[in-house]
Write a protein that binds this ligand. Structure first.
Ligand code: MG
Length: 295
């Protein structure tokens, strides 16, 4: 089940991908809750679904309802803007050096404990927005990453229980001002600014609910620039796997519903320039495509 956040004029709604078309799921949820007298399901973004006790179960019931009453034709929507699947999380946590070859290409050994940092929430853009390259930067790299979306509040969660806190998966481009990051590392300054320029966190287009990804540690991940492959790997090569990542982060801080975790990037990092088109494809999740423009 692939969900997306959509907008037409000032109206936002949740979309559900149905082959190559999009169903207005917000409308279906509203109709369903009106008929069946459950709570009022007036949800206009994916974030609103995080409040449901069992979102996958609820959505499955609504999808069955759409099928049973042949409502698809009345629910299809055309020509809308796709927004990031999570618009304003409380935080974005990203893993550093979480693929061995990528650690080595940046001159480091694979870490013995997860390395994590934060990206500013204000850097988030959707799949139809451009990555803005500030003129004064000297190198900007895209990074293909599997994104996790947290479904419920998580604190001191064990590895064994960690998967229960995942709501779904998406694609993240952890865009990085590489020269700035390298200079900051040399003087032991944090990575925050090089990771947090406006537009440096494209996300989407889809959020795939957890139950619809059989094994998140067996997904091909690829990054292309103007059609040429730069990064190509599989999530089985993540050094720290998802349960360990979630558990480790929650030893330090509480994860809130909607929080985003970028799990790290494979090897093959290289710069992009204004005019380039960056595509990240993750198997069974989709393709996140953004162009780069001069700031
Ligand atoms: Mg990264």
């Amino acid at each position: 089940m692939k969900l997306l956040n959509c907008q037409i004029d000032n109206e936002r709604f949740i979309g559900l991908l149905d082959n190559n078309r999009t169903i207005n799921l917000s409308k279906a949820l509203k109709v369903y809750s009106t008929i069946y007298g459950s709570e009022d399901w007036s949800f206009n973004s994916i974030e609103d679904l995080l409040g449901l006790d069992n979102p996958e179960f609820c959505l499955k019931k609504v999808v069955d309802f759409i099928d049973r009453y042949n409502l698809k034709e009345s629910l299809y929507v055309e020509s809308f803007k796709t927004l990031s699947p999570i618009i304003r999380p409380s935080k974005i946590i990203a893993l550093g050096r979480n693929y061995t070859e990528h650690a080595r290409e940046t001159g480091y050994n694979p870490p013995e404990e997860p390395i994590f940092f934060s990206k500013a929430v204000s850097a988030i853009i959707g799949p139809e927005d451009a990555i803005v390259y500030p003129e004064w930067l000297t190198r900007v790299d895209p990074e293909a990453e599997l994104g996790l979306v947290i479904g419920k509040r998580a604190k001191n969660v064990s590895k064994e229980k960690a998967m229960e806190y995942i709501f779904g998966y998406t694609i993240i481009n952890d865009v990085t001002a590489r020269d700035m990051q390298t200079e900051d590392l040399k003087i032991a300054n944090p990575w925050f600014r090089s990771k947090s320029f406006d537009t440096f966190c494209p996300i989407g287009p889809y959020l795939v609910l957890k139950g619809y990804i059989r094994d998140p540690h067996d997904l091909n991940i690829e990054l292309r620039v103007n059609g040429a492959t730069r990064q190509k790997d599989n999530t089985r090569n993540l050094i720290f796997k998802i349960p360990e990542i979630v558990s480790y982060i929650t030893l330090h801080m509480t994860l809130e519903p909607g929080d985003i975790i970028a799990t790290g990037t494979p090897s093959g990092i290289a710069p992009v320039y204004p005019g380039d088109t960056v595509e990240i494809e993750i198997e069974n999740i989709g393709i996140l495509r953004n162009t780069v423009i001069r700031g």
